[in-house]
Design a protein around this ligand. Structure first.
Ligand SMILES: Cc1cc2nc3c(=O)[nH]c(=O)nc-3n(C[C@H](O)[C@H](O)[C@H](O)COP(=O)(O)OP(=O)(O)OC[C@H]3O[C@@H](n4cnc5c(N)ncnc54)[C@H](O)[C@@H]3O)c2cc1C
Ligand code: SF4
Ligand code: SF4
Ligand code: SF4
Length: 385
């Protein structure tokens, strides 16, 4: 067999590119156990195109240290900054490139919609307002590879926002498809530790006993922001929110990894023109409130020029005030393969909720015994030393 299906859960991150390149439309990328995975039907002619395009079949390593320029900063529009994932530079950059005609349209992820056809949309847009509306990070699978179909259909050149694995796939596609190469002017990546499966979203819904949302935003409304659920009335109305620390950064929210993300060695974007991340160290450095800072790692001279123009025009503000140590502390761990373990892979949310409830119950009812046991262990350790 020369198609993608062999042991695909081992390496697939659900980017969706294999579906778009199959010459006989034998692949359908669907949600399986909370993540996008390809299914291949009998019409496959074993041409091997899907295997060749898959970004995760050859692991490529890339570190933040290899970028040419580093900055952190934020949008100077307080509302845009507040509603963005970190400092809002990504959305400002997309809007600026459209305004100034650097690109004709941008391809980025729309929000998570709980509709029948799929749980997200891809936005191929030249409408500035839409870009600000859809700012934020989607911590759920998105087979944004489907955007290749939009790029094929549309006239003009674009900038695409994607995760580093898809950027590698797009680059491979550009090498073999001159039409796509001529249309994709900039690749903007979002730094990526891992993408939680949809089971993580299910876990949140069940844990907080919230009804089915029509739409979700996973970041925004401050820094690190909130996961917010909305119901569709005449407009989308927010009915539930939970801070970032309680959904993405707890011991139990760490159980929904895909295997590809553990194996991944390119969390920044080897083939990106600019990679965007959270400048977390600024948050830890400052005592007061801060509505967010974006870290920008730049690899393309024209992109660098655009960023500087945006500073001159007072659309964004950037700084180079960071230490090597701060960068290493925040971004160094992304390259550590021990940051997740096999037991966290694609867990069923019911199992995790049960585990969490059991722990909570044990801690509540056996608090004093756990404390005594803990002290005993510490004493033993001290005596050993
Ligand atoms: C799954 C995931 C994991 C991340 N992990 C880290 C991390 O470990 N460390 C870190 O420093 N940063 C991480 N980031 C990046 C961070 O969350 C912000 O996206 C980044 O700092 C840019 O912030 P911003 O305010 O400039 O973006 P915004 O101005 O809010 O714009 C973000 C843009 O990205 C688009 N977008 C959102 N999600 C996706 C997606 N999944 N695929 C394609 N486009 C998307 C939005 O539509 C919007 O256009 C991650 C992002 C994602 C999506
Ligand atoms: S091997 Fe070729 S025909 Fe078969 S699924 Fe892959 S791309 Fe399609
Ligand atoms: S990573 Fe992308 S190209 Fe590779 S199998 Fe998964 S969906 Fe297909
Ligand atoms: S960690 Fe790597 S493989 Fe996983 S989604 Fe992010 S870029 Fe893709």
């Amino acid at each position: 067999m020369n198609n993608i299906l062999d042991n695909c859960n081992q390496f697939c991150s659900g980017c969706g590119l294999c579906e778009t390149v199959c010459p006989v439309k034998a692949i359908k990328v669907n949600v399986q156990e909370g993540a996008y995975r390809p299914a291949v039907n009998e019409s496959c002619i074993n041409c091997g195109k899907c295997r060749r395009i898959c970004p995760n079949l050859c692991v490529e390593k890339y570190s933040y240290e290899e970028f040419c320029y580093y900055y952190w900063g934020h949008s100077l529009n307080p509302e845009h900054r507040k509603m963005a994932a970190s400092g809002g530079i990504t959305s400002e950059l997309l809007a600026y490139m459209l305004n100034k005609g650097y690109v004709d349209y941008v391809v980025t992820a729309d929000m998570y919609y709980n509709d029948q056809n799929g749980r997200f949309n891809i936005l191929g847009s030249s409408e500035i307002d839409k870009i600000y509306e859809y700012s934020g990070s989607n911590y759920c699978p998105i087979n944004i590879g489907k955007a290749v179909d939009i790029i094929r259909e549309k006239e003009g050149i674009c900038a695409i926002v994607c995760l580093p694995c898809l950027a590698r796939g797009i680059k491979k596609l550009c090498r073999s498809d001159k039409e796509i190469e001529s249309k994709v002017k900039f690749i903007i990546t979002l730094l990526c530790n891992h993408v939680p499966t949809y089971n993580a979203t299910e876990y949140i819904k069940k844990k907080y006993k919230v009804s089915e949302p029509d739409m979700i935003k996973y970041r925004g409304n401050g820094w690190f922001g909130f996961l917010r659920m909305f119901k569709r009335k005449k407009i989308y109305v927010e009915y539930f929110s939970v801070p970032f620390s309680k959904y993405f950064a707890t011991a139990f929210s760490n159980y929904f990894w895909q295997r590809a993300c553990i194996q991944c060695e390119d969390h920044f974007g080897k083939y990106s023109d600019i990679a965007m991340g959270d400048a977390d160290f600024v948050k830890y450095r400052e005592q007061g409130e801060n509505d967010g800072e974006t870290m920008c790692f730049v690899n393309n001279q024209e992109m660098h020029k655009i960023l500087m123009e945006m500073c001159t025009e007072k659309i964004i503000e950037v700084s180079k005030d960071f230490t090597e140590r701060e960068l290493l502390e925040i971004y160094g761990s992304l390259c550590d393969s021990r940051r997740a373990s096999e037991k966290n892979l694609q867990q069923n949310y019911k199992k995790i909720l049960f585990k969490e409830k059991t722990y909570e119950f044990l801690i509540k009812t056996h608090f004093i015994w756990i404390l005594l046991l803990w002290r005993k262990i510490i004493n033993l350790k001290i005596r050993k030393v």
